[in-house]
Write a protein that binds this ligand. Structure first.
Ligand code: NI
Length: 139
C-alpha cells in the first residue's frame, strides 16, 4: 500500500461547507477520498494534454435537424479522421434538433483537432468534449 501523508488545508468556511455538500451528493465517505480524486483528475487531464497521450474521448454535437447540409459536413469531417473515430450515434433529440455522439480513440492533440473542426461548423449549436486515460503512468 502507498505511503499516506497528512497535510493541512486552509479554506474559506463557505467553500468548505459547499465542498462537504458536494462530497455528500457524490457519496464520498470522507474529504480525503474526494480531494485525492480531484488531484488525480487534474493530474490526468494535465498529463494527456501536455504529453499528448493516447486517450479515449467522446465528442457530442447538437445541431438543427432542418439544416441538412450540416449532416454532410459533420460526416465529411469524421471521414477525414476515420483513424480516430470508433463509432458514432445519431439521436433525434426532438422535432428540431439532432444529437450526435462521436466516440474516438487516439492521440489527444489529433482528437482535439477533430473536436475543434466539428465545433467550428456553422450551425452547430452546442458541443462538448470529454477525454480520459487510464492514468496508469500516474498514481
Ligand atoms: Ni436527427
Amino acid at each position: 500500500m502507498a505511503e499516506l501523508v497528512r497535510f493541512g488545508v486552509s479554506l474559506d468556511k463557505k467553500l468548505l461547507v459547499a465542498f462537504d455538500r458536494l462530497i455528500a451528493e457524490r457519496k464520498y465517505t470522507n474529504r480525503s477520498q474526494a480531494i485525492a480524486d480531484l488531484i488525480r483528475s487534474m493530474l490526468i487531464e494535465r498529463d494527456w494534454k501536455v504529453e499528448n497521450r493516447k486517450v479515449a474521448a467522446v465528442i457530442t454535437l447538437v445541431y438543427s435537424h432542418h439544416r441538412r447540409e450540416l449532416v454532410n459536413k459533420i460526416m465529411d469531417i469524421q471521414h477525414d479522421f476515420q483513424n480516430l473515430v470508433i463509432s458514432t450515434q445519431h439521436i433525434h433529440l426532438d422535432h428540431d434538433n439532432c444529437l450526435e455522439i462521436v466516440a474516438t480513440c487516439g492521440k489527444a492533440k489529433q482528437i482535439m483537432n477533430l473536436a475543434n473542426q466539428l465545433r467550428a461548423i456553422k450551425g452547430v449549436k452546442h458541443t462538448s468534449f470529454t477525454a480520459t486515460t487510464s492514468g496508469k503512468q500516474l498514481v
